[in-house]
Design a protein around this ligand. Structure first.
Ligand code: FE2
Length: 195
């Protein structure tokens, strides 16, 4: 089975080639930090993401798989936020690097403390060209929302696994964890809860 790439574009192809070389040469040592400049370069240009993967859904945000590594070492996903759409509070179980392609999104970090979810710091707003790193080691529980109530926003996410199949958690405001598997909007995997 070959690697899965759904984008036919030289810029994206070059990005995947560099990303694969980096991952093959660096094991896991500070990998997200090394990936950051590659993603910054990719999202500095909004000319490669095809219209099929820019479509919002009227009721919930969309996660379109763009690329999946054959060995499941990483996946690349486009998040498309309709006006005012947001995630539940959730974690990832693997590292992530997030770059803003168009519009803006807001991320609020949390930590689980007994029976409640406690805010960690102020919300972070990503604007086009900005890149943020998520790491389970330093705490990666967050809630993400479209910064805008009147326009679509799009961000590009790289995760250290085939994220659509990873068993991870959403949290209620009361600190109750519930497992979920996100799937992808454009894959036959069962989407559970549209998250
Ligand atoms: Fe997230």
């Amino acid at each position: 089975m070959p690697n899965t790439s759904l984008i036919n574009d030289t810029r994206f192809d070059n990005f995947i080639t560099q990303l694969t070389e980096l991952i093959e040469g660096n094991a896991t040592e500070r990998l997200p930090e090394k990936i950051k400049p590659l993603l910054m370069d990719l999202v500095a240009h909004d000319d490669w993401l095809e219209a099929a993967y820019r479509q919002p859904h009227p009721d919930h945000y969309q996660q379109y798989l763009l690329y999946k590594d054959i060995q499941n070492r990483f996946s690349v996903v486009a998040f498309v936020w309709g006006p005012g759409q947001y995630t539940p509070i959730h974690d990832h179980q693997v590292w992530g690097v997030i770059g803003m392609l168009s519009g803006a999104e807001q991320s609020q970090s949390y930590r689980q403390e007994g029976r409640e979810m406690v805010l960690v710091g102020a919300p972070v707003v990503l604007r086009p060209g900005d890149v943020e790193i998520l790491s389970p080691e330093t705490g990666d529980i967050h809630q993400v929302s479209n910064y805008f109530n009147d326009q679509v926003s799009i961000s590009i996410h790289i995760y250290g696994s085939d994220i659509g199949t990873v068993n991870r958690f959403v949290y209620t405001p009361e600190g109750k964890a519930k497992s979920f598997i996100s799937g992808y909007a454009n894959s036959p995997l069962p989407a559970q809860g549209g998250i």
